[in-house]
Each structure stands twice: as structure tokens, then as C-alpha cells.
Design a protein around this ligand. Structure first.
Ligand SMILES: Cc1ncc(COP(=O)(O)O)c(C=O)c1O
Length: 378
């Protein structure tokens, strides 16, 4: 089976971890500082701070944005549930706005209608590595005085007009989960140009300590720190990232060209000026022959690792259908998510599936994937 993801771990990662283990200094420290320095430089922001995963990168940043219980954050329903959960975790309310059929990303045309007097922020998600329409979103945010937090957890290396995602909103979050374009097993990063917000992130992620550390505490915070053992893997992974993204893009464009011959397959569209990081390659199926679950099984039978990751968009998940059971429901008026209908997200949910696009695919693998489609749909 060609795996849907294949993390690259080589001698460099092993040696880097060994050096930290041998140093005896395992917790967040100077190796993490070096990863932050390199990551901020790569993304193009003034500041970056590591976290223990992408979810805590999001929740730390949201908390540092000083959101209050009951504040509304507009986001995409077509995403990994962590995007929405990071909002709900801190007592804010995720307001789901439908996505565009070609990009699978939040539709800016629908955002204004969802803005109320309780709206404080917009969280676009660059889904599968495809940048959301940030220019449009930042214009809306500016005209309504809203903050923008990019969920860039799947989009390391994606660009809008030559600028990396993660540098386009007011603050951004990345995940280094084991299957991501750049990975440390578990891990995350917050990036921003805003020094005040950054300082608050440092406090939220580290028990309310000030920059100088020690045992003076200034607010309630958490322990969302990364280990230097983990950061050491990140530094090695960063060296591979630009080339890995290039290779993902090459593979994706090769598939785009191949699928242009298929009426029944519609890939995610990369609009002008956008560069997807192709964390996943996830087209939609429009076939009379079989449904989406049928093609996933048929591809697996042909040795192609395929899945449908967000068959249920967030508003259709039990988490949100049963939101009254969440502790914040005692204090916060949640919408009735069962009454929410978002047709484009639901349709993409029912039609998309992903195929391997990772940089370790060989020419033979790619041929095997194409042959599988010809056999199944040709
Ligand atoms: C879009 C999105 N947001 C948030 C997260 C959360 O990241 P993590 O799994 O590192 O907590 C992920 C991770 O899969 C993700 O894909």
C-alpha cells in the first residue's frame, strides 16, 4: 500500500535528538529558541514561539487575544475539529461559515452576514495547505475591527503573492503533528508581528510567567511548552521543508494534469497568486459509477492509501450537536448547531477523498496511483 503520509526521519534527526539527550537539558530552552528564530525567519514574522501541539498554539493565541466567554469567532466548518475546539475550549463560540466549492476554504462573501455585535475574530483555515482568501478576509476584518488568527496547521510553506501564510493575519498557529509537511511527532508554533500579543502568548503558554521566567506569575496560564528534544527534530525538519513543499507541489500538479482528462474528478483549485503547500491532495468525486466511499475502497484495493478526512464537517459532529453538555454552556448561549446547514461544506464532505501526495512518492508510485484511477473510472 502506498501510504497517505510518510514522515521523513533520517540520521540527522536521530543525531539531533541524541545531542539534546546527552546535554541533559530536555525541556524547552535554547534549542526551542533556535527553532523559533529559524521558523519566524522562514514565515516572515518578527516573533514565533513553540507550543506542545497545534491545538494549544491556537488556544494559546486565542486566549492571548483576550477573547471573553460568549465572544464569537467566525471559522470554517470544513476542517479538523481542533480549529473549532480551540475556540470552544476558551469559552468563545465558533460560528461556522460555509466554504467555496473550489478552494474548500471559508467564503469571504458569506463572512459579513455572519458578523454580529459579539464577533471578535475570524479564523480562516488554510485547508489541505491551500491558502484561504486572506486579502479579502483582512479587508473585512479591518472594516469591522476584528482580529484574524490563521489556522496554518496544515500549511507550512504555502504562499499568497509570495508571502508565506502565517504572516498574513494578526497571529497564526502551526502544527508539527506526525503527518504534517514539517513534523516533530507532536508540536506547534505561534507566529505574529505583534509584540504585545506575543508577550501575552508567552505568558498563557507558561503559567503566566513574565519573559524573565522564574517564579513570579502574572495571570492564569497553562503548560503548553515544547521539549527541546522535540525542537531538535523540528530544526532538522525545517531544513527539508522548502524542498518537500516543492516536491508536493510537483506531485499535485502532475495529478491535476492527469485528472483534467476525468470528468468525474475535480481537484481543489489553486487560484492565481496562491501557492498551496499540498499537505493533502483531496479531489471530489462526481461519478455515476460509485460514491466516495466506493472509490476509497477501490483505491485501497489497488494499493493506494486513500481516506476521506472530513466526511463530517464540524457542525455535524456530535461535539457541536451536543454542545449543551460542554461546561461553558452554563455561561454561554451557543447556537443550535443542529439547525445549521452549510451546503457546500456538506457536499465537499460527501465527495472528497485524499490520495498520497507526499514528497517520498516515486515515479512508480505516481504511475500506480494513475493506473488505479484509469482502472476504476476509465
Ligand atoms: C487544520 C488543523 N487545525 C488544528 C490542528 C491541531 O493540531 P495538533 O494536532 O498538532 O494539535 C490540526 C492538526 O491536525 C489541523 O489539521
Amino acid at each position: 500500500m502506498i501510504p497517505f503520509a510518510k514522515p521523513i526521519i533520517e540520521e540527522e534527526e536521530v543525531e539531533a535528538v541524541k545531542r539534546v539527550l546527552e546535554s541533559g537539558m530536555l525541556a524547552e530552552g535554547k534549542v526551542s529558541r533556535e527553532l523559533e528564530r529559524q521558523f519566524a525567519k522562514y514565515i516572515g514574522t518578527k516573533f514565533a514561539t513553540v507550543t506542545n501541539n497545534g491545538t494549544t498554539a491556537l488556544s494559546t493565541a486565542l486566549e492571548a487575544m483576550a477573547l471573553e466567554p460568549g465572544d464569537e469567532v467566525i471559522t470554517s466548518p470544513f476542517t479538523f475539529i481542533a480549529s473549532a475546539n480551540s475556540i470552544a475550549m476558551i469559552g468563545a463560540i465558533p460560528i461556522f461559515v460555509d466554504v467555496k466549492p473550489d478552494s474548500y476554504n471559508i467564503d469571504p462573501e458569506l463572512i459579513e452576514d455572519a458578523i454580529t455585535e459579539k464577533t471578535r475574530a475570524i479564523m480562516p483555515v488554510h485547508i489541505f495547505g491551500m491558502p484561504a482568501d486572506m486579502k479579502h478576509i483582512m479587508d473585512i476584518a479591518e472594516s469591522h475591527d476584528l482580529q484574524v488568527i490563521e489556522d496554518a496547521c496544515q500549511a507550512h510553506g504555502a504562499e499568497v503573492d509570495g508571502r508565506k501564510v502565517g504572516s498574513l493575519g494578526h497571529v497564526s498557529a502551526f502544527s508539527f503533528y506526525a503527518t504534517k509537511n514539517m513534523m516533530t511527532g507532536e508540536g506547534g508554533m505561534i507566529t505574529t508581528d505583534n509584540e504585545e500579543l506575543f508577550d501575552r502568548c508567552l505568558m498563557v503558554k507558561n503559567h503566566g510567567r513574565g519573559k524573565q521566567g522564574g517564579y513570579s506569575h502574572f495571570r492564569i496560564g497553562y503548560n503548553n511548552r515544547m521539549m527541546d528534544v522535540v525542537a531538535a527534530i523540528g530544526i532538522e525538519q525545517m531544513k527539508r521543508l522548502p524542498e518537500a513543499v516543492k516536491q508536493r507541489r510537483k506531485n499535485a500538479h502532475e495529478f491535476d494534469e492527469f485528472f483534467s482528462e476525468f470528468e468525474s474528478i475535480k481537484p481543489q483549485v489553486e487560484d492565481k497568486g496562491l501557492k498551496s503547500a499540498y499537505h493533502l491532495y483531496a479531489p471530489r468525486l462526481y461519478s455515476d459509477k460509485m460514491d466516495r466511499d466506493g472509490i476509497v475502497s477501490a483505491l485501497r484495493e489497488q494499493g493506494v492509501g486513500s481516506r476521506a478526512v472530513y466526511a463530517l464537517p464540524c457542525h455535524k459532529q456530535d461535539t457541536y450537536l451536543n454542545i449543551q453538555q460542554w461546561r461553558w454552556a452554563k455561561f454561554v448561549d451557543y447556537p443550535d448547531y443542529s439547525a445549521v446547514t452549510l451546503p457546500v461544506s456538506e457536499e465537499i464532505g460527501s465527495r472528497h477523498f485524499d490520495i498520497p501526495v507526499h514528497p517520498s512518492l516515486t515515479d512508480n508510485d505516481k504511475q500506480q496511483i494513475k493506473d488505479a484511477f484509469t482502472k476504476i473510472l476509465g
